[in-house]
Structure formats: structure tokens, C-alpha cells
Design a protein around this ligand. Structure first.
Ligand code: ATP
Ligand code: MG
Length: 486
């Protein structure tokens, strides 16, 4: 039995510490583990073990329970409470060894976080397999942590502007509480990132972050999605299914686009927010869920409440702590920093060397209006990274962002010429005439600059705020004459 131990694929050299007060046992273990290609350290007491751990990197500890005067469980406890890796949860797996193991020892060791428990006399095969499993677990822990860090980086809220500092302060204050948070703000401003930051810094950070896109789930399915269903609850319910509120138990449920949730579903959500209880579709039992609730919307919920489109009671339940996600236009100074970070990310993903960005490009990007906020900026940057050569230059920008216009299209100085048919205005007042012609002219310019308000205003020789006012006064909206490219 002992010699057909599975051959390990390149498990070599992971250092292992053996802690046992019996020299013979240490020697036997050393031989077995060295034959597997490991570097082995020995210790006869807890003090010696601590000295080795302080000096050497160790990937696995084999630890005897009875160490003369010492109790191996004390070292186990210390190792498990210490953690490494900046307090993250990659710690050193410990396999306990005992001569006359009692069930109590085994239970205590497991409770303290021992990976495995072996009895003496030790079997060679058993030792090899236990070590291999523990080391593999450690490799997986490491990988999970690496991935988690990469994911965290992907969801990092970037920005150095004052509004972002204020935002971070609010997140830091509210995250460790159990308060419900309602995040509002325009599309693409980072509401989801805020929700994730709250989760990461909350007391339920080790639980799941469950995102529910309330706008994407059809009203007839939302109840089953949120609360689950029993088998046979409706046609198609072939198996019992857990709902998202159940999955989020012990974590955070993120109700995204809550303003788009049907009124019928709102009533159901209200109940779970009031009582923490819900029932699966087709079920009788009331189930409990304990999850942090964070909601987001780009709609004006208060106005919706006024209009009877959103339940007032639900609004008050959700809006305990409101957080507003600022538009990109409120923090244009962050554009260079965001662009550089997106360039870096996109270059990495595509295996390109980092492409520096010409200063002029930042200036151009800062004058654009960004109706799609950071999401739009990110898409633009992705395109720029793909289409540019080694450096991202002004000429890589599309015309509406200040790049060169293809020949044959209107230029800034000579827009499309339209003759005014004065006859059309024969019966109008001077004011009507002025407004209509003005409105027509502004529309032409807006189309020319693809609705970039700053650049249109510049071309017209007026202030941006002034142009906004004129658009309102003249009743000009995007989408009326030009579908735009949001
Ligand atoms: N402060 C920021 N730092 C880095 N990336 C950001 C930031 N804000 C937004 N983004 C990026 O912009 C995109 C949109 O962000 P997110 O999905 O959080 O926006 P949203 O407000 O939820 O939009 P919507 O209302 O359309 O759902 C994502 O790719 C996100 O990574
Ligand atoms: Mg979103």
C-alpha cells in the first residue's frame, strides 16, 4: 500500500516544517518528504518552531499534539490567528499528528483550523497524500487571493477630485454599519463600484456580493428570481430554486436599477425589507435572510414617488443613507488619471506595451460633455488603445472629440450652408423669425459637433451654460433631430 503513492506533478521544493519532540519521528518524516522533493525543517518544541518560522518561508507544518511540556494546539492556535499576507486569509496549512489521539483532540484541532489529522504510527502513503493535499490547498488559497486582488483592482473607484474624496469618506462611514444605502447618479458614473466598495468594507465582506439587475428581469420572473421557488410552483419550475435574497444571506444584496422595478415586485421587496422574511414562490414556509441591502438607480425616485410610480414606503426603507455618485463633468480633473489607468488595463489585456497619451488628448477629452460618464470614457479609451500606434495622439481621436475630420465633411469654419427662405417668415413677428432661425442654426452646429456641447458653444462663440439655457428655451433636445450616440 505504501509504495504506490501517487506521483506528484512538480510539487517540488515547497518547504515543510516538522514539529515533533521525538527525533525518530522527525527523521522518518524527513526522509519521506525529502523523497518527494521537499525542503524540510525540524523543530522539537514550540519555541524552536517559532524560531524556524521567523527565519524561513514555510508552506506546511506537520505538528505533533504532545510536544513534551508543550501542547501543539497552542502553536496551531497562534498560527491560525496570525495569518500572513497582510492579514488576508492565506495562512500556512497545519496537519496535526498524534500518538494516542482522542476524539477531543481531533475535534479541537479541526475547530482551530487544522487541515488534517494523522495518527501514529504514521503510514508513508498517508503522509504523502496529506502533505500533497495541504500544499495544493495552499496553492489554491494563494491563487484565489491573487484573483480576488485582481478583481478588487478592476472594481477600484478611481479619482482624486474633491468630490471623490468626499464620496470615499461617505463610503468609509457607512460601510461598517448595517444601514441601507441608496446610491443615485447618472448612468456610467460608478454606482456599482460604490456598492462593491461598501461591501468590501462592511462586516459582511466575506459573504457574497449578489447583484440583481431589477431592470433586466421580466416582472413575471422577478419574484422567483428574488425569493426562489418550490418544485412545481409553476410550469417550468422543475426543481426547487434558491432566490437571490437567500443566496445573499450573510452578504450583500445589490438591487441595481431599483427605479425600474415593477410596482408588484416592489410590494414583495418591501416585505423582506420590513421583516427579513420571505416565502419561496409556491412555498408555505417563511424563510429568513440576513443581508445588507444596497440599492442604486439613475432615476429620480422622489419624483417617481410623486408620480405614483414608486412606492413611498419602499423608498423610505431603501433611502436610509443616500449617496450621490458625481457625474464625470463634475470632476474633469480626474480625466487624465482615469484615462491612464484604462490605457494601462487595456494594454495589459491585449499584451501591448503601455501607450503614453499626448497631453493634447487630455485637453480634448476634458472639453467633451461625457453624457455616458466614466463608462463612455472607458469605451473611448479602449478604442484609442486599439487604433493608435505606440503613442495616443490627437489625430487618433474621432472628430466629435476634436480629432481630424475626414475630407468632404463640414469643417469647423465652413458648416453646411442652408439658404434662408425669407418668404416662409412673411407672417411672423421679428421675435418668431429670430427664434426659428436661431434654433435652426444651433441644430446645424450641434449636428456638426455631434452634440458636444462645449465645442458647439465654442463654435457659436457663447458660454456652455448659455448654450444649455438656449437649448432649454428653444426646446431643443438631443434625439429630436439627431439620435446621437449615447
Ligand atoms: N471612479 C471610477 N473609477 C474607475 N472606473 C470607473 C469609475 N466610475 C466608473 N467606472 C467604470 O465605468 C463603468 C461604469 O461603472 P458602473 O457600472 O459602476 O456605473 P453605473 O453608475 O452603475 O452605471 P449604470 O447606471 O449605467 O448602471 C465601469 O466599467 C466602471 O469600471
Ligand atoms: Mg450600474
Amino acid at each position: 500500500m505504501s509504495d504506490d503513492a501517487p506521483t506528484s506533478p512538480a510539487a517540488a521544493a515547497e518547504p515543510i516544517l516538522i514539529v515533533d519532540d521525538e527525533k525518530n519521528i522527525r527523521r522518518t518524516l524527513r526522509m519521506v518528504l525529502e523523497s518527494e522533493g521537499h525542503v524540510v525543517h525540524e523543530a522539537g518544541s514550540i519555541a524552536e518552531a517559532e524560531a524556524v518560522l521567523a527565519r524561513e518561508p514555510v508552506d506546511l507544518v506537520l505538528l505533533d499534539v504532545k510536544l513534551g511540556e508543550d501542547n501543539g494546539l497552542d502553536l496551531l492556535r497562534r498560527l491560525k490567528s496570525r495569518g500572513e499576507d497582510g492579514g488576508r486569509d492565506v495562512d500556512i496549512p497545519v496537519v496535526m499528528i498524534s500518538g494516542h489521539a482522542t476524539i477531543e483532540d481531533a475535534v479541537a484541532a479541526t475547530r482551530l483550523g487544522a487541515f488534517d489529522f494523522m495518527e501514529k504510527p504514521l503510514d508513508r502513503h498517508r503522509v504523502i497524500v496529506a502533505a500533497r493535499n495541504a500544499l495544493e490547498r495552499r496553492r489554491m488559497w494563494r491563487e484565489v487571493n491573487q484573483l480576488r486582488r485582481a478583481v478588487d483592482a478592476r472594481y477600484e473607484l478611481l479619482g482624486a477630485a474633491q468630490v471623490m474624496a468626499d464620496l470615499r469618506r461617505q463610503i468609509a462611514k457607512v460601510a461598517p454599519t448595517r444601514s441601507r444605502v441608496l446610491i443615485t447618479g447618472q448612468s456610467g458614473t460608478g454606482k456599482e463600484l460604490i456598492a462593491r466598495a461598501i461591501h468590501r468594507n462592511s462586516t459582511v465582506a466575506s459573504g457574497a456580493f449578489v447583484k440583481v439587475n431589477c431592470a433586466a428581469i421580466p416582472p413575471e420572473l422577478i419574484e422567483s428570481e428574488l425569493f426562489g421557488h418550490e418544485r412545481g410552483a409553476f410550469t417550468g419550475a422543475i426543481a426547487k430554486k434558491r432566490g437571490l435574497f437567500e443566496v445573499a444571506d450573510g452578504g450583500t444584496i445589490f438591487l441595481d436599477e431599483i427605479g425600474d422595478m415593477a410596482l408588484s415586485a416592489q410590494a414583495k421587496v418591501l416585505r423582506v425589507l420590513q421583516t427579513g422574511e420571505f416565502t419561496r414562490v409556491g412555498g408555505e414556509k417563511s424563510l429568513r435572510t440576513d443581508c445588507r441591502v444596497v440599492a442604486a438607480t439613475n432615476r429620480d425616485l422622489e419624483a417617481m414617488v410623486q408620480a405614483g410610480e414608486f412606492r413611498e414606503d419602499l423608498f423610505f426603507r431603501l433611502n436610509v443613507v443616500p449617496i450621490r455618485s458625481p457625474d464625470l463633468g463634475e470632476r474633469v480633473e480626474d480625466i487624465p488619471l482615469l484615462v491612464e489607468s484604462f490605457v494601462r488595463e487595456c494594454c495589459d489585456e491585449n499584451g501591448f506595451a503601455y501607450k503614453p497619451v499626448d497631453e493634447v488628448v487630455f485637453e480634448r477629452l476634458k472639453t467633451y460633455d461625457w453624457p455616458g460618464n466614466v463608462r463612455e470614457l472607458r469605451n473611448v479609451v479602449e478604442r484609442l488603445v486599439i487604433m493608435s500606434d505606440d503613442i495616443i495622439r490627437e489625430r487618433d481621436l474621432p472628430p466629435y472629440l476634436g480629432g481630424p475630420r475626414p475630407p468632404g465633411q463640414g469643417t469647423r469654419t465652413s458648416g453646411p450652408v442652408t439658404a434662408i427662405d425669407l418668404g416662409r417668415y412673411a407672417n411672423k413677428t421679428l421675435r418668431e423669425f429670430r427664434e426659428e432661425v436661431e434654433s435652426e442654426f444651433i441644430r446645424i452646429k450641434l449636428a456638426e459637433y455631434e452634440w458636444n456641447i462645449s465645442r458647439t458653444a465654442q463654435a457659436l462663440g457663447i458660454e456652455r451654460t448659455n448654450l444649455h439655457k438656449k437649448l432649454r428655451a428653444l426646446g431643443i433636445h438631443r434625439g429630436q433631430t439627431d439620435p446621437g450616440n449615447e
